[in-house]
Design a protein around this ligand. Sequence first.
Ligand code: IMP
Length: 408
Amino acid sequence: MPYTAIVGLQWGDEGKGKVIDYLAKNYDAVVRFQGGANAGHTVYVNGKKFSFHILPSGLLREDVVGIIGPGVVIDPESFKNEVEGLYPHVGDLKGRLFVDPRVHIVMPYHKLEDALFEAHSEKPIGTTKRGIGPANRDKYARLGIRIGDIMRPSYLKEHINRAYDFNKRIVESYGENFFDKNELWDLLMEFAEYVKPFVADTVLLLEDFEKSGARILLEGAQGTYLDVSFGTYPFVTSSHTISGGATVGSGIAPWKIRRVIGVFKAYTTRVGEGPFPTEEISEIGERMKEEGGEFGTTTGRARRCGWLDIPLIHYASIINGITDLFVTKVDVLEKIGIYRAAVEYKLFGERISFPPAYSEDWYHLEPVYKDYPSWEEMINEIEGILKVGVRFVSTGKDREEVIERKGG
Ligand code: IMP
């Protein structure tokens, strides 16, 4: 079967952009299945940096088709900016990029609400303020506006009206002015015109690809511990970032995904609030940040840094059913010269091998560390514990800086 899913095993920023771009040379299509413009996937080609937020990362390979599946929420501004930004490098994406009519639209009020919730919360999540949470909330509250709705404007007023009162009340409760209905209508109509050439039923498109023997990558955004069910709730995103999310977010049956590649960084980072057992608040942590360029692609925020956490990626490997591992940024550890990883935790005096399913317990975890003479030794240990091979090692930013390990 043609599908390979790529997922992050930590808190996002594992280097999935580079991984997708690297693997895409052997694939025909790349599908985004969840998240939205909160993602920041970076690809370096010949020293030039490309940042993807809403478009699939494989599009720099000119024969690869990009698909935005039904599980994604789309920000009109981000979509337009990225399509235009890529134009000088890959030309017109019409005929090579497809958006499903079931994709929900991130409305301007979603972004405003995201910012208001965060600003007024006693315990903010540290979101990207891209409106992702409120857009997914409206999706589940049956108040969303979808790409298909703006393609059929005769019904659009009804959809705007349904969402309008609820969102207006929220925004006004913070003492802010709400948007004018005509303004929202105009914005949606303008976007309808822009997005129209890209809209297609991506289920049927994928069915045709499958029949023609195409190979397809499913591009996960964020990471396992930001999954709305399995992550460090409530410090999570609002979608399913795990491999299971790939099926509901793209309309592909679970049994068709035969390979799930788990991406992890040779150390750990996290943006925003929430527990982080191996966080290294020290000069070494600062060095990881500097050497690894650990600043958010989407928000520019500095990422919190710490050691690799093997129980964390082990548990993630179970949730995702990982078949192959792809480790990134070993070059950063090489520069620091310490190969350290947590191999267990202590929790209330007991030794445990997996992170807890109880949110509050995360704050009491004490990592038990082990040092290795090299990253190769560290990887061997990971393979022994997870019982999954590390097939790929990324040793630098650029596209081709990857070691493929045969026996891994
Ligand atoms: P939201 O997805 O913007 O609602 O943010 C929720 C949490 O997920 C915050 O901690 C964000 O920093 C984090 N987050 C969202 N997208 C990414 C990403 O692509 N990489 C890393 N963290 C992310």
